[in-house]
Design a binder for this molecule. Structure first.
Ligand code: SAM
Length: 291
């Protein structure tokens, strides 16, 4: 197998010129051109020779080459059909890579894991298209995909949101969802000059290690995520009003207040002050009112 060579910006420019490639803003195309960052991502993702890796959005195949050199098998899903002939070229010497031309939000990833990895947990590595970061991450967690780790490049602000707790303006539904399913760890901050073209925002690599068992115990996961969404839907409102006004929930004010009282929560508290543990306890209390 060949050595990865696309981490060198000179080679990226050659490939882009050879194919007269036009960047598509609507697909969030910012290609990595820094070999140190690529090596850091590969090191953080702990890929071993027997691993199966799913890459989301390979672009011209820069990170794919590094993944192919480190793993047993790589499946890369790319939406932009103009990149497919380019990937065929840049990955021609990496026989353990399969490219699928599709929208990752429409792909049955659990099926890929079953077929390519006998249903064992997969590693996901990606320099994500920023316009759909949240649906991609939530889709991976909620669709019963067997997961080991997700090591991804995201907008810096989104990485902060995933890690933070109560008291920060960045704290919200994404923080709680990520922290329910996985342990987040920021691996590197990456400035705009590591990409071509340069994005307007700073980026960060974050590694999410999936918990075998979530850190809190909740009877109805689906209800907890509705309660969380309701609580952050109207940040300036009290938790009671947030829960009462949310269209997806049908509890009376009395049921909400009684549940909050049983959790020792003040009637004036705002949702943004609650930790994951509080949301789990509150959900378990509210579950008692579901007939
Ligand atoms: N991995 C490459 C790199 O690091 O240089 C490219 C990263 S670029 C930020 C994001 C890539 O995701 C682009 O190649 C883009 O075309 C692709 N993409 C965007 N939306 C996608 C989707 N819904 N499904 C699959 N790929 C997508």
């Amino acid at each position: 197998m060949a050595e990865p060579y696309l981490g060198n910006p000179k080679h990226t420019i050659e490939v882009l010129q050879k194919y007269d490639f036009a960047f598509q803003k609507r697909f969030g195309q910012n290609f990595l051109i820094d070999s140190h960052v690529l090596e850091k991502i590969i090191a953080a993702s702990d890929i071993a020779k027997e691993d199966f890796v799913l890459e989301i959005g390979p672009g011209i195949g820069t990170m794919t080459q590094y993944l192919a050199a480190a793993a047993r098998e790589v499946v890369a899903v790319e939406i932009d059909k103009t990149l497919i002939p380019i990937l065929k070229d840049t990955l021609s010497e990496f026989p353990n890579v399969t490219v699928i031309n599709d929208d990752i939000l429409k792909v049955d990833i659990a099926k890929i894991a079953r077929e390519c990895n006998d249903g064992r947990p997969v590693k996901v590595v990606a320099n994500l298209p920023y316009y759909i970061t949240t649906p991609i991450i939530m889709g991976l967690f909620e669709n019963q995909v067997p997961l080991d780790t997700i090591t991804i490049m995201v907008q810096k602000e989104v990485a902060d949101r995933m890690k933070t707790g109560p008291g920060s303006k960045d704290y919200g539904a994404l923080s709680l969802a990520v922290q329910y399913y996985a342990r987040p760890e920021i691996v590197a901050n990456v400035p705009p000059n590591c990409f071509m073209p340069r994005p307007k925002v700073g980026s960060a690599v974050i590694k999410l290690t999936r918990y075998g068992k979530p850190p809190v115990s909740v009877e109805d996961e689906h209800l907890m995520f509705s309660v969380i969404r309701a609580s952050f839907n109207q940040r300036r409102k009290t938790l009671v009003n947030g829960l009462k006004n949310y269209s997806g929930l049908h509890f009376t004010k009395e049921e909400i207040e009684s549940s909050m009282k049983n959790c020792g929560l003040s009637m004036n508290v705002r949702g943004e002050a609650l930790e994951l543990e509080d949301f789990a306890r509150l959900t378990n209390e509210l579950t008692k009112f579901i007939k």
